[in-house]
Write a protein that binds this ligand. Structure first.
Ligand SMILES: [Fe+2]
Length: 264
């Protein structure tokens, strides 16, 4: 089969696997008012989505992905401009955040393929994206720490939503349809993959993004900048299991003990 969206494939050094042992329930406790506010903001964002879509899980997922695709692109763009302006490296974070944005965009493309949204829902996506994009850009310029923390909490909510969706598929409340072709190709799934398989790998992606964004917020919280904490150590791994285990090491090791050797 010839697909027209080959350009959306992940980078060559990234093999995506659904890792069953990953910690889906991990939660970053807010440590101060800024974290609390970030958490509350995400809860406030979630409420209208819950009210609007209720049991329409696929449409709800599409709306979540509309929001989730914004932070990586905004963060990458701001760091890119900063790098150009100051003529300094980003520590690999531009690439890491742009990859996150592309990955989130593929989540949205997948759920749009599954949900076949009406024009009203597309209009809602357009509106939500426009509002959130501008607000998040301002947030990122004013406080990248707050912005990354908020992105981490958005992923915590998204992970919960996908866990609920997986449970409902298992309970027969949501039909376990065939996976769309674009999802099979992007995540290199078996040709007979189902919706459940797709949601599993998407949830694994979200866990990765959760870790990356909370990590970035922690770097700022410790009074450092992202370029001092190379992102290549958490993006150039060969599987999600390896990636997550490496990243947990990164988080647990004191900041000053990490390598500062990135050149990207
Ligand atoms: Fe996503």
């Amino acid at each position: 089969m010839v697909l027209t969206w080959r350009a959306f494939q992940p980078s060559e050094n990234r093999i995506i696997e659904a890792e069953a042992s990953i910690d889906v329930n991990k939660h970053r406790n807010p440590e101060n008012f800024s974290d609390q506010f970030a958490r509350l903001a995400v809860m406030a964002l979630r409420s209208p989505t819950d009210l609007l879509f209720r049991q329409r899980y696929i449409c709800r997922a599409a709306m979540l992905e509309t929001i989730s695709g914004v932070p990586g692109m905004v963060g990458g763009m701001v760091l890119h401009c900063k790098s150009l302006r100051r003529v300094e490296h980003s520590g690999g974070w531009i690439k890491a955040l742009m990859e996150e944005a592309e990955n989130e965009r593929m989540h949205l493309m997948t759920f749009m393929e599954l949900s076949k949204p009406s024009w009203q829902e597309r209009a809602l996506v357009f509106t939500a994206q426009g509002m959130f994009m501008n607000a998040y850009f301002l947030l990122y310029v004013v406080s990248p720490r707050f912005a990354h923390r908020m992105a981490g909490y958005i992923r915590e909510e998204t992970i919960q939503s996908y866990t609920q969706l997986i449970n409902d598929i298992d309970d027969g409340k949501v039909p376990n349809a065939s996976a769309p072709d674009l999802a099979i190709d992007y995540w290199r799934l078996p040709i007979d993959a189902t919706l459940r398989d797709v949601v599993m790998v998407i949830r694994a992606d979200e866990i990765h993004h959760r870790e990356i964004n909370h990590f970035a917020a922690d770097v700022y919280m410790q009074g450092h900048t992202l370029k001092e904490a190379p992102a290549d150590m958490v993006t150039m791994t060969t599987s999600f299991g390896e990636l997550l285990s490496n990243h947990s090491v990164l988080i647990s090791v004191p900041f000053t003990a990490r390598s500062h050797a990135s050149t990207t």
